[in-house]
Structure formats: C-alpha cells, structure tokens
Design a protein around this ligand. Structure first.
Ligand code: GLN
Length: 475
C-alpha cells in the first residue's frame, strides 16, 4: 500500500475523528519502505520506535492534547542530530557515531508530535548534487531507478516521492533541497539564511547551510517552517524577526506580480531543451494571467559557481577538521601514533569528494593564496548579493529552472567534478545571497522524468514566496 496524501490538512480531520490513526499511517509507510529497499533511501529506519511514538500520538489525539504535527510522519536527512540515534552524514568516518543531543529542529518537530520514521541517505557531508557521493551508495529515483535522485538530500526527496513518509527534512547549502525536489517532482523549500536554527545540523559550509523541507504541498512546507523557524540561543546567526503564522496565512496570492527570469536559462546551450520549454510555458502562463514577466541578464552569472565552491570548500575544510580520529567516529586500526591517527583516520574515513574539497578548501585559505581566492570570493559574494537584492527591488520574484536538466543516469557524470559543480548554476545564487527559494514541480519531460522550476524572493519574504507558490502550482 502506498499512501500519498498531498497535504497534512487532508489527514488531520481523519486523525482527529479517529478514522485514520497515526499507527496505521506509520504501518503503511513502513510497508512502502520495505517494498522498496532497493532504492537505498534510508540509512536507518526507526521502525519500532516510530510505531511506539504513533501509539502515543493516537492517545494524545483522543485526549485532545496532540500538537500541530500530530501524526505527521517525517524522515530526516542523516546529517541532523537526534539524541541517542546514530548520525553518519553518509560517511564512513561517522558510521557508528551516536548523537548525544538533538538538533533544535528535531526538538521542535517532536514537541509538536511529529513522528520520525528514519534517517535518510545523502551525499557524504552533504557534498554533491546527485547523491552519488554517499558512503552507502546512490539513492535511486522512484520515477526511473536507473537515474539519480538528485542531491545532496536525495534520500529525503525519494522518501517523499515514493510515499515512504509524509514529509522530509533536508539541508540546503547550495541547492541540496531544491535540486533533488526538482528531480523527484516534489516541493523543495529553502528559507532565508538565519530563519531556521542550524544547531545540531552537521556543518558543511556554515555561512550557507540552511534547513529545508521536501513535501508534496506548499501548505506542508509552510506548516513545517512555522514549527522549525525562529530564535534559538544555540545559533547566533539566527534572525530575531518574529515568525509569522505561515500555516494559517498561506493562501494562493491574487495580486499581479513583477517577475524576472534569467535570459540565459533560455539562450544557453547548457540548458536542456525540455527544461527551457517548461520555463517558457510558465512564462507564457504568467503573462497570460496579467503578471509582468521580463528577461534579465545577471552580470555575475559565470561567477556564481566558482564563488560558491571556493567559499563552501574553505568553510568545509575548517568544519571538517574536527574529524581527526580522536574526537569523533572512525579511528584507523593501522595508526601507531598521534600523527598517523590523524592521517590514516582521515584518509580512510573520508570519501574522494570530501577529501578533494578539504584539500581545495585548505589551498584557498593558505597564506600565499588567501587573497587571490578566499578574500576575492568574499568580495564577489558581496557583489552577487547586492546585485541580486537590487533586482529584487524591481521585481517580486526571480524565476529560473531549478537544474539545467532532469535526473540523469546513475554514474553518468560522477567522474568529472567540474561538470557536477556546474549543475548548481541556478541554485547557488539564493545561497550566496542568503535568500529564500523554492523548487516547484513543473510537469515531466518526454521520458516521464519530473522537471522543477525555482522561485527566489527577498530575504525573509517567505510568506510572499509561499503564497505565490500556491498560486503558481495552480497555473
Ligand atoms: N551541490 C552543492 C555542493 O555540492 C550543494 C550541496 C548542498 O546544498 N548541500 O556543494
């Protein structure tokens, strides 16, 4: 049995009247997980625990004391700490590591009676855009199992796509929620930097990392955002802005908007023809509905990917210094002294892509190259941010494809890192500028593979973005 409710609202009344129980929902999802283990979606399923929590939630539902997410069955990306549960970041170096505390978002989800069904496969330390960099192997796309899920939150995306849970939580540093959502035909939402606490999320690049949601509906993205967002004393980069009641306020917007789209997304030979067509179709629909839709050329387009990768790798090299064979996780059995403990544990514990990034990150931060790469990239980031904000003074939203192509075959481009990195061309702009962005399903290509379009808006304009997304999906 596959259960596919498009939004939590659809099950809520059934749960309250007792027509559906949290326990039966969990059982249904567990069945679907078991029937599809070949997709490699979960690093671990919390079977018994999820069933027990569901029983507890059913009691609370009867008593009328259940929280906002009662009976919502959620999967979390395996880079999110959950006390007394393993968390691996899909890396050998953390394979047997157990969290000693929970991420703030996990506490908030549980406090509202969400049920966590398992931890999902992802790219190692969230580094990748295809989920092919996981120590536990690639995640397969439910639409076509020979194709990638997208990454790095690939397991989270397929868990929702394949009806193995109601919604999933991922993280998005440069596109890791939006891009797999596009490849799997679901909604992937990354809020503004500073909207959701990063406390208890395994760090990749701290000035970019942000928690995001993978859902079947915009309404669920709004509800989860409302629960997770807001001040947390453990994350000093968080905004103190009050958290709107997104779940109540999210309705399809009715006003006429000004929308910019990237001209290069249509003119560039690097973008797949069917992706272009999807974009053009939506531009036409928006125009026909009375919105102002104009092409723009982003003058720093060619600098987006290099700037993102220089900074993300620099931050990663610093963040991953803590995995030394002493403090956390894997320690090489071949080590004989302190230096060989560091060297061998890191050499044996990290995968190829992670090592590549640590080395490049260390290089761009090193004395002779700091000014030429790291400092320069910081300056370019500022230019990108300013220019993007200036565009968003004139327009309400920027519309782009989420990715230049649909899900590609597993193994196809794995060997060329630069080709891989260029796949992030459309998603890293919002990350560099700290802006909210959402990937929305925009039909399938002629092979039946999902396509996604992305909308970007001003910092902390999540409400407007969600409202417009609701409208967009009805176009
Ligand atoms: N593909 C990008 C990277 O590899 C983004 C990953 C992410 O958002 N975690 O860095």
């Amino acid at each position: 049995m596959s259960i596919n409710y498009s939004s939590y609202n659809e099950i809520k009344s059934g749960l309250q009247s007792g027509e559906v129980t949290a326990e039966s929902l969990v059982k249904g999802y567990l069945q679907q997980i078991k029937a599809n283990t070949r997709l490699n979606v979960f690093n671990e399923v919390f079977e018994q625990e999820a069933l027990n929590s569901a029983k507890g939630v059913d009691v609370k539902l009867k008593q009328g004391t259940a929280g906002k997410l009662a009976g919502m069955v959620i999967a979390i990306k395996d880079n999110i700490c959950y006390k007394d549960h393993k968390v691996s970041a899909s890396s050998k170096i953390l394979e047997n590591f157990t969290s000693i505390y929970s991420a703030t978002i996990v506490e908030r989800l549980l406090a509202e009676d969400a049920i966590i069904i398992g931890r999902c496969n992802c790219d190692e330390f969230a580094m990748g855009a295809a989920n092919e960099n996981s120590y536990f192997g690639p995640v397969k796309n439910y639409a076509d199992e020979t194709r990638v899920s997208g990454g790095s939150s690939g397991g989270s995306a397929v868990a929702v796509q394949a009806g193995m849970c109601h919604a999933a939580i991922g993280t998005d540093t440069g596109g890791s929620v939006r891009q797999p959502a596009a490849f799997c035909g679901i909604v992937g939402f990354k809020p503004s930097y500073g909207r959701i606490s990063r406390h208890g999320i395994i760090s990749y690049a701290s000035s970019f990392d942000q928690v995001g949601t993978l859902t079947n509906s915009v309404a669920d993205a709004a509800l989860l955002l409302e629960v997770m967002a807001g001040h947390d004393e453990f994350d000093s980069t968080l905004s103190r802005k009050p958290v709107p009641r997104y779940s109540e306020e999210t309705t399809p917007s009715s006003g006429k908007m000004k929308i910019a789209y990237l001209q290069e997304a249509i003119s560039s030979p690097g973008v797949d023809a069917e992706v272009k067509n999807a974009l053009i179709t939506y531009i036409d629909k928006l125009r026909a509905d009375g919105h102002t839709v104009k092409p723009i050329s982003f003058e720093y387009l060619e600098y987006l990917v290099p700037t993102y990768y220089i900074l993300a790798m620099a931050e990663a090299s610093s963040n991953l210094a803590r995995y030394d064979g002493v403090h956390y996780g894997y320690r090489s059995p071949n080590a004989t002294d302190l230096v060989s403990t560091y060297k061998l544990s890191r050499s044996e514990g990290f995968g190829t892509e992670v090592k590549r990034r640590i080395m490049l990150g260390t290089f761009v931060l090193s004395a002779g190259y700091y000014d030429a790469y790291y400092a320069k990239a910081q300056k370019v980031r500022r230019l990108i941010r300013n220019k993007t904000n200036a565009i968003l003074e004139d327009f309400d939203f920027i519309l782009t494809p989420t990715a230049p192509e649909a899900a590609f075959s597993i193994g196809k481009i794995e060997k060329d890192p630069v080709v891989n990195y260029l796949h992030d061309i459309f998603t890293v702009q919002a990350s560099l500028a700290g802006l909210p962005a959402i990937s929305l399903p925009a039909g399938n290509n002629n092979k039946g593979l999902p396509l996604g379009l992305q909308l970007l808006s001003k910092a902390f304009s999540e409400q407007e973005l969600l409202n417009f997304s609701e409208y967009f999906l009805k176009l």
